[in-house]
Design a binder for this molecule. Sequence first.
Ligand SMILES: NC(=O)c1ccc[n+]([C@@H]2O[C@H](COP(=O)([O-])OP(=O)(O)OC[C@H]3O[C@@H](n4cnc5c(N)ncnc54)[C@H](OP(=O)(O)O)[C@@H]3O)[C@@H](O)[C@H]2O)c1
Length: 284
Amino acid sequence: MPDSVPQTSSGYRERDANQQRDATPRSTSTLVHMLCTIGAGVVFDAAAFQEAACWRRYNFVSTAMHLLILGATGPCGLLLIQEALEADHTVVAYVRSPQKLTEPIKSNPAVTIVEGQLTDRSALQQALSGVDAVLSALGPPVRSGITYPLNTPLAQAYTLLIELMKEKEIKRLIALGTPSMKDEHDKFSLVFRTLVTGVATFAHGAYKDVVAIGEVIRNQGDALSWTIVRVPFLVDNPSKEIIAGYIGDGKVTIKLSRAGFAAFCLKQLQSDDWANKAPLVSLP
Ligand SMILES: NC(=O)c1ccc[n+]([C@@H]2O[C@H](COP(=O)([O-])OP(=O)(O)OC[C@H]3O[C@@H](n4cnc5c(N)ncnc54)[C@H](OP(=O)(O)O)[C@@H]3O)[C@@H](O)[C@H]2O)c1
């Protein structure tokens, strides 16, 4: 998609605006003609109906976007791709292990797969070309435990990503986070405190990286419209029902379906309600 296409405040481009201007006058008169014809009880004009249907199809502003998806090979990332395709977006999956993508995703013409490491500046730069928004399901593998490196590799990746997003004037970033990232709106919750303490103790490298990701997004994402989607325990439940709030608010729970995570992320592309915020998203 050309970079010159105008962008709205939430980052998406109004692709069909010109098409709409061209199509409206001719087809509006066709529609009026058709209505008059029917109203007058004259024979139904099928050609006019077809053209009017065409007018209806083009007389809207498309919100389809070109999305970069990171962490696309994990269960959450795969659902992000699926949800994005269902919403008619096109996707660039920037991955280090393309073999983990499913066959339907690999063969979908709306998906471009770019193989690369998160440290590879030029490959990432390339993958960001023409992108309207970035969705990320990146996170330390849960099973890594004490073996996870202490040098915050994912926070470093976000530093580079945000630098390149600013360079390319890509504004919207929606990233997976966890309760280890504190937020000023959180209140005390014994369950969440115990969970975070457990992670900080037994998976210290992962904890350190997740906290650092939150700091990088908040501190370096000043020119962006970011949302950190903090997830509790993830479950494979098809329910997309979610509640978004804050730890200790008496509403959020300790489980979220991966499908709910993906649906919530995609919804944020059309809304600034959670811009520059880090809600805890859970099953109701
Ligand atoms: N399971 C839970 O209950 C739970 C709870 C809270 C938070 N989380 C977080 O949620 C995240 C997403 O969940 P998920 O189920 O989709 O998990 P996942 O299988 O761990 O997926 C993580 C994704 O991040 C990618 N990734 C991780 N480190 C990377 C690196 N250094 N370079 C490039 N890619 C990297 C992985 O790529 P590869 O496939 O190439 O490895 C994968 O695509 C988890 O990573 C975890 O941190 C999970």
